[in-house]
Design a protein around this ligand. Structure first.
Ligand code: BG6
Length: 461
């Protein structure tokens, strides 16, 4: 795989929602750091001109970032725009002309997956794919069979090493830190297994609903939207074996090897919920069976993790917006240690958002005559004001040909293999009130031993 830098960036879906919320702010941030010195070409079919696109970019950065006049001006000077239909060869002929002598263009398909094949074919037929790279947005298919189909289609036009599948959770600083923290601290890594750990749970809670995305969400549901991708990748980072070396492919292989060991789910290991009011959202069917909440229990069939339950809970309209992991350590006891009060816990708590923190739940001796303990938490906060947004990091990596933080074909397919049996209405759907922790059934059927840990709205300082 070459790491020769891309010399032009073309993004399809330039007038769309993702470009507005994430891509323009990421472009400006990259320019500020000096990481995006190449022509940027937006493509869409909205009957717009370049000035309108620049206006949209300004508005996007003001709403979803902070406008830096100098960097924004530079972004505008690098920007051009093609308004054209993705089915029309003229669109791609114009693109070829604007690309000129670019030798290694990077194509970013920030468009619905149903258009991936059309755009990939348009690029190939116009002779734009030679030495090119392509970035794809999730979802990569809607089940195992469609993901395999999509991959077959893409491979007609691009070799695997030129395909960059974005899962923005892999680009998040605190997810990177999960890997670093584990491997850099031997005292943790040596106890990171079923010998010492009792359970792992992840809560991805969002205090908002589908925010106007009802029509899209109807095609997804919580399992396809975040469990199959973001949360399985977080599990992989948390549990993979040491990568063979520091090469990107070794990291991908370590995650891939782990995902191969995740057991396929069955409908007894899931509780699906839907918040009251979801069916009144625009674009949502009056009798929708789509889940806005899912709680599932995974098992990893390898030597390190056999017997440790991994429970995941993800939902919209929950009481807080936060993603947190709690790793409970098996309890220990000894006649020397006097037990009084509620049982004490040893745990690791990783808060991925909104404030980032790593905490250790430990026991210390209460001052006094008795060998009695008290529960304390040691917390490290590490958020940087100038932290790289995942999109900034990932676009930069793709432009450099570095695929470490992108999902490989086998991993995407393995993640679908795991969730395939629980997709759709293979399990009952329970209603829950907004601003609660989902349906009560999630506390009974799939809750980890010791119960769910409900994260606080704000990390204590
Ligand atoms: C997206 C999902 O991939 O991730 C959204 O489609 C979800 O439904 C979002 O809200 C969460 O991302 P983050 O970075 O805000 O946790």
């Amino acid at each position: 795989m070459t790491t020769e830098r891309s010399d032009a960036l073309v993004f399809f879906g330039a007038t769309g929602d993702l470009a507005y919320k994430k891509i323009f702010p990421a472009f400006q941030a990259m320019i500020r750091r000096g990481h995006l010195d190449l022509p940027i070409i937006g493509v869409a079919f909205s009957h717009w001109n370049l000035d309108q696109l620049k206006e949209r970019a300004r508005d996007s950065i003001e709403k979803h970032g902070q406008l830096d006049p100098a960097a924004f001006e530079k972004l505008c000077s690098q920007l051009s725009y093609i308004d054209g239909e993705y089915e029309q060869p003229e669109t791609f002929a114009k693109l070829k002309e604007i690309l000129g002598n670019a030798k290694r263009p990077l194509f970013y398909l920030a468009i619905p997956p149903s258009l991936f094949a059309t755009v990939a074919a348009g690029l190939a037929n116009s002779g734009c794919t030679n030495q090119a790279r392509v970035i794809l947005e999730k979802p990569f298919g809607r089940d195992l069979a469609s993901a395999q189909d999509l991959n077959r289609t893409l491979h007609q036009f691009f070799p695997e090493e030129a395909i960059f599948r974005i899962d923005h959770y892999l680009g998040k600083e605190p997810v990177q830190n999960l890997v670093y923290f584990r491997f850099a601290n031997p005292f943790i890594e040596s106890g990171w297994s079923n010998k010492y750990l009792e359970s792992v749970q992840i809560t991805m809670a969002e205090a908002f609903g589908v925010m106007g995305r009802g029509k899209i969400y109807e095609e997804l549901g919580a399992i396809r939207d975040v469990v199959q991708n973001h949360l399985l990748h977080v599990i992989a980072c948390l549990t993979m074996e040491w990568p063979a070396d520091s090469h990107s492919e070794s990291l991908r292989e370590a995650r891939g090897e782990l995902l191969r060991c995740v057991r396929a789910l069955d409908s007894s290991q899931i509780v699906r919920g839907q918040f009251q009011g979801y069916r009144n959202e625009p674009g949502v069917a009056a009798d929708s069976q789509v889940e806005t909440f899912a709680a599932v229990q995974f098992h990893i069939d390898n030597e390190r993790w056999a017997g440790v339950p991994f429970t995941i809970r993800a939902g919209k309209c929950l009481p807080v917006t936060t993603t947190e992991i709690l790793v409970r350590v098996k309890p220990s006891s000894h006649p020397l240690l006097e037990e009084s009060g509620p049982p004490m816990a040893n745990y690791y708590r990783f808060r991925l958002s909104p404030e980032e923190a790593i905490a250790l739940g430990t026991k210390i001796k209460k001052p006094g005559e008795r060998m009695e303990g008290e529960q304390i938490e040691l917390v490290a906060h590490y958020q940087e004001p100038n932290e790289m947004d995942p999109y900034e990091r990932l676009l930069g990596d793709a432009a450099n040909g570095d695929s470490a933080l992108f999902a490989r074909q086998d991993s995407v397919e393995d993640a679908w293999r795991v969730v395939d049996p629980i997709l759709g209405d293979s399990s009952p759907l329970y209603e829950y009130e907004p601003n609660t922790w989902g349906p009560a059934q999630a506390d009974q059927t799939v809750a980890p031993k010791g119960g769910w840990h409900n994260p606080e709205p704000k990390e204590k300082n």
